[in-house]
Design a protein around this ligand. Structure first.
Ligand code: ADP
Ligand code: MG
Length: 303
């Protein structure tokens, strides 16, 4: 098996032997029901090394459910979930982590008053000396944290500062560098830019790209098509629990992506209503779903 068949990503492989260039993570017709609530249904997704796969969708679309399956928090109730081409069913996030699947949650699991370097190693501290006099290897942890952050292009003045004093974007960046250092192959980010301003979002996007360039397969959850398009290689749009669009970068433009997100048809209908309210032609309304632009009345409960 030495022939390097330039693994075309779309190659149909019926057997489940791992393919070198195959997806790290794959969902086939995957779904999840919470009791009677079908949160996710018939979802296909492939995550390749060195690529950013964006998962987009409105609130309640099923984004979190999707990544909870991949990160081992929940189990799928339909379809197949494969890691390295092998069907899996994780019973805990630990199992996912053991396969190199790391998740950075929005509410980062950091201890705000502890120094940056200490947070970097939280739960996996370096120690030195033989048992029973093992103690923390503080010097080595500081040095390693410093090197690793720099490797990712993250420059902090002082690793002694409490991580709580960093900006939201910087904290996310540290979490990304941490996952890379501890051997993540797949990095899942659940709406990392949702609570951030433009500049801070830029910081996080930069490190998403850095993780991708280090060869990780990144799953970037967002409801912002602009953020997605800045770093994304592939775009999967969820809508009411099903895939509404799955397209690579060369198959979809930003405008079309935004349309899918906004629900193109609904937006058109809304525009029509707005035009009637204002007694103008639809064509006279502002372009690009910019509904904040001059609108005489704001219909209550339209969302
Ligand atoms: N633990 C749960 N129990 C019951 N329903 C849930 C649970 N988690 C999510 N849901 C439902 O599943 C759907 C998808 O939710 P979610 O995956 O959180 O969407 P998103 O992250 O895109 O906002 C929603 O209708 C939500 O109410
Ligand atoms: Mg969510």
């Amino acid at each position: 098996m030495t022939d390097k068949t330039n693994g075309t990503h779309g190659a149909v492989l019926e057997d489940s032997t791992p393919v070198p260039d195959g997806p790290l993570v794959e969902l086939r017709g995957a779904g999840k029901s919470y009791g009677n609530v079908r949160a996710l249904h018939g979802v296909d997704l492939k995550v390749h090394a060195g690529e950013v796969t964006c998962v987009l969708g409105d609130n309640g679309a099923g984004k979190s459910t999707l990544i909870k399956i991949i990160s081992g928090l929940h189990q799928h109730t339909e379809g197949t979930f494969l890691v390295d081409g092998q069907p899996v069913r994780f019973t805990s996030p630990r199992e996912a982590l053991d396969k190199g699947i790391a998740t950075v949650y929005q509410d980062l699991a950091t201890v705000p008053l502890m120094p940056v370097w200490r947070n970097f190693f939280l739960g996996s501290e370096m120690t030195k000396g033989p048992w029973p006099v093992r103690r923390l290897d503080i010097a080595r942890m500081k040095k390693t944290a410093d090197e690793e952050l720099r490797n990712m292009g993250i420059v902090l003045d002082d690793l002694e500062q409490p991580i709580g004093t960093l900006s939201g974007g910087q904290r996310q960046s540290v979490a990304i560098a941490r996952a890379v250092y501890f051997g993540a192959r797949v990095l899942i980010l659940d709406e990392p830019t949702a609570a951030l301003g433009v500049k801070q979002s830029g910081v996080v996007l930069k490190y998403i790209a850095a993780a991708r360039d280090r060869g990780l397969g990144v799953i970037f959850i967002t409801h912002n098509p602009h953020h997605a398009y800045m770093v994304g290689d592939h775009f999967s749009v969820l809508r009411l629990g099903t895939l509404e669009l799955s397209a690579s970068r060369d198959q979809v433009g930003l405008e079309e992506l935004t349309n899918h997100m906004a629900g193109g048809a609904e937006l058109a209908a809304l525009k029509h209503e707005l035009a009637q309210v204002r007694g103008v032609d639809v064509e006279e309304l502002p372009e690009e779903g910019d509904l904040t632009a001059p609108v005489a009345t704001s219909p209550e409960g339209s969302t």
